[in-house]
Design a binder for this molecule. Structure first.
Ligand code: SF4
Length: 464
């Protein structure tokens, strides 16, 4: 029997890309290939690219540059570039890196295996679609075969694209307008995933809480989807990312509160707490409106943890506006936050605001002050968990200490607890008593085992 060809996937960017890479790996495995130990040995290397940040190009072309010499030694090796940068740059990638074999986009990921075969016959290929192929979009295979890092936790894409026009964001131009996947397809996919032993599903979209608006042409279906997923027997945890604050509706908050499987965790990107900056960002809400929605969610959903995204140094942001923003952020008491330094992305409105770019040293100083405010509220939130008993989905041995196990609470918090005589494996559900709250994680003691793992062990994916 011929030795199967090997592949490696380098993933850049967000969870959507992480999930796309899992699906890509599943397609390559279904095509008879196996994951390689590392890029240099792989017969096929696929780059799943991101284009959010300015240096994304630099990262990709330096990685491609490193592989040029390897390919000269092994001319049979194939290199493919997919994802958001491929969708944006298209044939330009072949012009800049002529040793690449295939360029495919965000809408035709499932074509990758076939394109690689064709390129072996016909030479380098560029195939980009401007919108998802509805039939390919309904194909369940990529999700079923997806090679997940955590076999008991899965991502499920419910929508592609985004109809918003945030001034700093390139996503709408590379992922197109919002297209929701059919409601019944999502329920079928979720049932199928639970059937393979998945206990937790995170639904993915650029703007999940507007899911279904393009189907109904009226209101979104997101609240209805959460409730329907909550009916699936065996689905213990439902999470979602990313909602948009302006579309966070009361029925979604109620569905979160009333659906047992929906975890008490809300990621609600604020970006800035200054109304003038929010307008310039074209975010579509004020700081007051944001806080209203946040407080309504906290009042309705018990034990809710809230995380956010924040940008420092958006063009034109003054000292006074940054102070204003810090006040709102302090008042919001976030459990944690992803913080970004503004990065002009060509093709966005904000990239044109060159006269108003904020000086690097000013941005660094603001970033430090923001970190202080966030660390203070994160520590307070974690210390408040001390003495509580948390339900934890075990992810495996701690990366720092193999005498400790790690997992996630229902709020999504990372918790570590000592190994005991109890033979616990990844995917087990346990109760842990919290003994200490640290800024970025919790520590605890095992209290009891709810159940053992339910999934079948699958192949692990390489991570970049
Ligand atoms: S909501 Fe705004 S930031 Fe998010 S993907 Fe859409 S345009 Fe980009």
């Amino acid at each position: 029997m011929a030795t199967p060809k090997t592949f490696a996937i380098r993933t850049f960017g967000c969870q959507m890309n992480e999930h796309d890479s899992e699906r890509l790996a599943g397609l390559m495995v279904a095509d008879g290939m196996v994951p390689a130990e590392n890029d240099a040995d792989a017969d096929v290397v696929i780059f799943n690219t991101c284009t959010i940040r300015e240096n994304a190009d630099l990262k990709l072309y330096s990685a491609l540059g490193q592989l040029k010499a390897v390919k000269e030694q092994r001319p049979d090796m194939q290199i493919a570039v997919g994802g958001c940068m491929a969708q944006k740059d298209r044939g330009e990638i072949l012009e800049r890196a002529g040793w690449v074999d295939v360029v495919f986009g965000t809408h035709n990921l499932s074509a990758a295996p076939a394109l690689l075969k064709r390129a072996r016959e016909d030479g380098p290929l560029v195939e980009i679609l401007d919108a998802p192929d509805p039939e390919a979009n309904r194909d369940m295979a990529p999700a079923l075969y997806a090679v997940r890092e955590l076999p008991f936790a899965a991502w499920m894409t419910i929508q592609t694209g985004c109809d918003n026009t945030c001034a700093y964001c390139i996503v709408p131009s590379v992922r197109g307008e919002e297209i929701s996947r059919p409601f019944d397809d999502l329920l079928r996919e979720a049932e199928m995933l639970v059937g393979t032993g998945v206990a937790e599903i995170t639904v993915l979209g650029q703007n999940v809480n507007s899911y279904g608006r393009d189907i109904t042409k009226r209101g979104p279906l997101f609240a209805k989807l959460l409730r329907a997923l909550g009916e699936i027997d065996g689905l213990e945890r439902i999470r979602f990312t990313s909602p948009h604050p302006k579309d966070l509706r009361p029925e979604t908050i109620e569905a979160m509160a009333e659906t047992k499987a929906v975890c008490p965790q809300l990621h609600l990107p604020l970006q800035s707490g200054s109304n003038r900056v929010l307008r310039a960002m074209r975010r579509g809400y004020s700081a007051e409106r944001y806080m209203e929605r946040l407080n309504s969610a906290r009042d309705t959903i018990a034990d809710l943890a809230v995380t956010t995204d924040l940008i420092v140094g958006f063009p034109g942001e003054t000292d006074a506006e940054f102070d204003e923003s810090l006040e709102v952020i302090a008042a919001a008491e976030f459990d944690s936050a992803y913080t970004f330094i503004f990065s002009p992305r060509s093709g966005t409105r904000a990239a044109e605001m060159t006269d108003d770019f904020v000086a690097d040293e000013v941005i660094r100083e603001r970033f430090e002050r923001l970190k202080e405010v966030l660390d203070r509220s994160a520590l307070r939130k974690h210390e408040a968990r001390e003495g509580k008993r948390e339900e934890v989905l075990v992810e495996g041995p701690s990366r720092r200490n193999d005498q400790m196990l790690s997992g996630r609470t229902r709020q999504g918090k990372l918790i570590h607890f000592p190994v005991t005589d109890e033979p616990l494996r990844a995917g087990a559900l346990v109760m842990v008593d919290v003994t200490h709250g640290a800024p970025y994680h919790l520590l605890g003691e095992l209290s009891s085992v709810v159940r053992g793992p339910r999934h079948k062990v699958r192949i692990a994916l390489l991570r970049s």
